[in-house]
Design a protein around this ligand. Structure first.
Ligand code: RNT
Ligand code: ZN
Length: 418
């Protein structure tokens, strides 16, 4: 069905509360959403074809058809990208390098090992982001990397961190779009430690070394550091906790990564945005869906995802908050995971731009909390779907559930033959 008529009606309804739907679509389309490469192959990568995922994170499920090669992963994402409207980036982990069949260890990676990703991204106008991989490696097997007590192991990982920053800067220069380089380490204890001070001291020293080693240009690379509450096998203590990284990000003037699965269950990332923005250079978001724990379920259009996007738009933080997705579900079609999660993130963003921002803020500042609540609730049943559908159609991506049959065809033609 033609989406135009419904859009015209919706446009009128939104105009009655002072919202310009054309402008909202334009704004929502240009904010980049970075899609995580690791959803496509269950966080395995191409460093070692027999590699196993460690570091206290876990994909569950074994849905058939996952990408086994770089070419398959690229083709799968290209397919998914056609289902997702708006500006996209692709976030690559170090273990997704193109090593041409030769062993390249983590302390040896160079920009050239990611060149095939760069040329692919440039051709398609995707931005890129980078992530050093401090897990799934023999030298992280005992659960420690940058906080390791063994100086040789710690230095190995410091070198990996330094190299990651150069690669990310290279991504930025090549694509012409700033690349975010996200540093996350799994370091932690299964049981109650007594030397937290030593391990946290080691971690701090490692970041001092990583950030002092090279200066990168902010136009091309923005480093980010990511905290966590716990991991599988690191339930009692995470060395890189929230407080650790707030200080670290401030000291080194880097972004703080807020992952929606990395806080205590009653804490919400949406409330942390305007708080951290007062002092921090910026934020990298890892939008995920923690179901009872840091489960990394596919992002849905839930209240928290909407609240996060609204907070970005309300605060006018688009230039300093970088939106990345971070989830991995291996129990359903992986391309559908990309499409569902990224479409939902974009929907939440569009819905944020469809708020009568000035009007709501004015009501609040004038103390009219009654009207504030009334509008926030009424907005929920405004004809959002008509605007979203029109946006999809004008962007050349499938409208409503039409994308699903395309994924099913791709599954029958391509994925099921793997
Ligand atoms: C793990 C962190 C981290 C990873 C990726 C694969 O808990 O969220 O962001 O998910 O680096
Ligand atoms: Zn994350």
């Amino acid at each position: 069905m033609n989406t135009e008529k419904m859009y015209e009606a919706a446009k009128e309804i939104y105009a009655s509360i002072g919202v310009d739907t054309d402008k909202a679509i334009e704004n929502a389309a240009k904010v980049p959403i970075s899609v995580q490469c690791w959803q496509g192959d269950d966080v395995i990568g191409f460093e070692n074809p027999d590699g196993a995922l460690t570091g206290g994170i876990q994909t569950t499920g074994n849905y058939p058809g996952k990408a086994r090669t770089i070419d398959e992963l690229k083709a799968d994402f290209d397919f998914a990208a056609k289902l997702i409207p708006g500006k996209k980036k692709f976030s690559i982990h170090a273990i997704y390098l193109d090593n041409d069949g030769k062993k390249v260890d983590r302390n040896e990676i160079e920009p050239k090992h990611y060149d095939t990703w760069v040329s692919w991204a440039k051709e398609r106008k995707y931005g890129l982001d980078f992530n050093p991989t401090f897990f799934s490696h023999p030298l992280s097997a005992d659960g420690f990397t940058l906080s390791h007590n063994d100086e040789e192991i710690r230095s190995f990982w410091v070198e990996h961190g330094i190299r990651s920053r150069k690669i990310s800067e290279y991504f930025g220069k090549e694509t012409g779009e700033t690349s975010c380089n996200n540093l996350w380490v799994p370091d932690g204890f299964k049981d109650t430690p007594v030397c937290k001070d030593i391990y946290r001291g080691n971690l701090a020293k490692s970041y001092d070394e990583i950030f002092a080693a090279v200066k990168t240009d902010d136009r091309y690379n923005l480093d980010a550091v990511e905290s966590k509450v716990f991991g599988i096998g690191a339930e009692s203590c995470t060395i890189g906790s929230n407080e650790f990284y707030i200080g670290c990000a401030m000291k080194h003037n880097v972004l703080i990564t807020l992952d929606t699965g990395h806080y205590h269950p009653t804490e919400v990332v949406s409330d942390k945005i305007s708080a951290t923005m007062q002092y921090m250079k910026g934020i990298l978001l890892h939008v995920s869906r923690p179901v009872r724990w840091d489960s990394d379920h596919v992002v849905i259009l839930d209240d928290e995802t909407k609240a996060i996007m609204s907070e970005i738009v309300r605060g006018g933080y688009e230039d300093r908050v970088h939106i990345g997705l971070d989830y991995f579900d291996a129990s359903i079609n992986r391309i559908a995971c990309w499409a569902i999660g990224a479409r939902n993130a974009r929907k939440a963003l569009l819905s944020a731009y469809l708020e009568p921002r000035e009007k709501l803020r004015e009501l609040e500042l004038n103390g009219d909390y009654t009207s504030r609540l009334a509008y926030l609730e009424e907005l929920k049943t405004f004809p959002f779907a008509a605007v979203w559908d029109r946006y999809c159609e004008c962007s050349g991506v499938p409208v409503r559930d039409q994308w699903l049959k395309e994924v099913k065809n791709y599954e029958a033609d391509v994925l099921s033959k793997r």
